[in-house]
Design a protein around this ligand. Sequence first.
Ligand SMILES: *Cc1c(COP(=O)(O)O)cnc(C)c1O
Length: 409
Amino acid sequence: MSGTGSPPRRPALAGYGRQWIDDEDVAAVVAALRSDHLTQGPAVEAFERALAERCEVPHAVAVANGTAALHLACLALDLPAGSVGITSALTFAASANAMELSGLVADFSDVDPLSSCMDALTLEAALARLPEGRARLVVPVHFAGHPCPMDEIAAVASARGLRVIEDACHALGADHPDGRGGRLPVGSCAHADLAVLSFHPVKHVTSGEGGAVLTRDAALAERLRALRSHGMEGRPERLKVPEEAFDPATGEKNAWYHEMHSLGLNYRLTDLQAALGASQLRKLPRFLQKRRALAARYAERLAPLPFARLPTTREGYGHAWHLYVVGLDFDALGLTRHQVMVHLRERGIGTQVHYLPVPFHPYYRDRCAGRAWPEAEAAYRRCLSLPLHPGMDASDVDAVADALEELGR
Ligand SMILES: *Cc1c(COP(=O)(O)O)cnc(C)c1O
C-alpha cells in the first residue's frame, strides 16, 4: 500500500455505473413537461419507433421498467400455469421473478465459463432434469452485454417446444452473427419470441425508470399493449358489447366507452420518460464507443496483474459492455472480496457484485437444495464489477487499475 493519504476523489468513480445526462436530454424533458401530454402521448410512440428502428425489429412496446417488461413478456405468452421457465443462474433476480409472478415456475441453467452466458449445452443440461414437456420457456440473459449464442439456444428451444424471451437488459447495442456472414443487433428477435430492455440509470440509455418489450409478432405486440394498460379496448371494430358501445341515435361509438378484454396492469411509461429515453437513444453510438474504449483500456491496464482474470468476447460477437466484470483471485491476494471493496471504496471507487446466483436467494434456495451451478458459482466467487460508464475517461480507468495494482504489492 502506498500510504500517501487518500488520493483525490473522482466523482465518476463513485459507482460501478452512472447515467450521462446532457443539455439536450434536459431540453427534451422540459419540452415534454410543457406539452399537452405527460403520459399516453406522442413521445411514447416516438420512442417506440426509435427503439424498433435501432434494434431492427417491427414492434417495440415501452413500459414502466425492465421488470415490468419481463412480466408482460411472460404474461403475453399465455403459457399453462405451472410450466417451467429456465433462465441463467447468473442474472438479476427479476429474470426469474417475472416468471413466478406469471404463474410459471422458474428454474436455472449454468453458464458458459468464458462469457458467463447460457448456451445450448447449459440449457440442455437444465432441461435433462425435467420431465419431458414440463419446460415451456427459456429466458437467456446477455450477461454484462455479451450476447448469448441465440442461434444455438433457439435450435434447442424449437426442438423442445420452448418459447424464448431474451433478457437483453444488459445488451442494448450489442450484436451477434446472423449466420450468413453479417451481424444482427440484440433485440432483433431473429431467434426469440420477445426481447426485453431496461432503461434504469445504470443501463446503456436511461429514462429514469423504463423498459421495453421487442417482438416481430404483431399479435404479441398487441397483447403487450393491452396488458400494459388495464386490458382496455376502445377501437370500434374490436368492441364486443354493441348495445353498450354504440349510440342508438347516430350509430357512432359512445364517446366514453372502453371495454376490458384481458386482465392487465398499469405498466405505462410517461411521456417525460419517453422523451428522455429518445434523447438518450440518439447518443447510444457514442455511449457504446466510449464503453468499448474504456473496456479496452481496462484490458490493457489489468492484463499484467497476475491475480486478475479479464472478461473475454466470443469471436464474431459485439459486446455492449454494460458491465466490466473482472475475476479476482482473492486467495492469492490474501484478502476477502469485502476487504477489496472497502480498499477501493476508501479510494473513492465504487464496485458491485454481479451476481449472487439467483437460486442462492432464500426465496429459491429450498427448492434448489442439492443442486449446483458450478460455473455460475465460480464466476460469482471471483467477480467484481469495476466502474464503467460514459462519464469516465482513460485516467479514471487508470486510477482504478492503480488501486488494484496496490493490492498485489
Ligand atoms: C436491470 C435488469 C432488469 C430489470 O430492469 P429494471 O428496469 O431495473 O426493472 C432485469 N434483468 C436484468 C438482467 C437487468 O440487469
